[in-house]
Design a protein around this ligand. Structure first.
Ligand code: FES
Length: 150
């Protein structure tokens, strides 16, 4: 079994095949930008893209991710190092406070903007409703999403 993550193929050792995608990404590949929050699909900290759609990686077994294109926060910037427009908007709006949830927020936003280039406020709120932030950065997140869409 193999997983395609950020455009690269990774063999999955048998012991890892029943593990969550989140643990494989973090522990086996060392891609620690994707965070563990609740481990139950509730907080959004572990959000990655699966074929371009936002996906909670803590509740997805590795075996079910095989055959799909997975993208993590580490795979958003261009190979030259140029940041993704959503990452750049996050910096311009100085969104993060503690930063823990932000990779998940960014990945959900990338999925949203690939579906709705100019999302309404309601579409932004709906797309990010499952990404919790205890620091209260939601106002700056909305501003950054609007900036990235602009
Ligand atoms: Fe996956 Fe919270 S850690 S949704």
């Amino acid at each position: 079994m193999e997983l395609t993550i950020n455009g690269k193929s990774h063999p999955v050792p048998p012991l890892w095949q029943e593990e969550s995608l989140l643990f494989f990404i973090r522990e086996q590949l060392g891609l620690t930008g994707t965070k563990f929050g609740c481990g139950a699909g509730l907080c959004g900290a572990c959000t990655v893209l699966l074929d371009g759609q936002a996906q909670r990686s803590c509740v997805l077994p590795v075996a079910q991710a095989s055959g799909h294109e997975i993208r993590t926060i580490e795979g958003l910037a261009e190979p030259s190092g140029k940041l993704h427009p959503v990452q750049q908007a996050w910096i311009t709006e100085a969104v993060p406070q503690c930063g823990y949830c932000q990779a998940g927020q960014i990945m959900s936003t990338v999925a949203l903007l690939s579906e709705h280039r100019q999302p309404t406020q309601e579409q932004i709120d709906a797309a990010l409703a499952g990404n919790l932030c205890r620091c209260g950065t939601q106002k700056r997140i909305r501003a950054a999403v609007t900036r990235a869409a602009g």
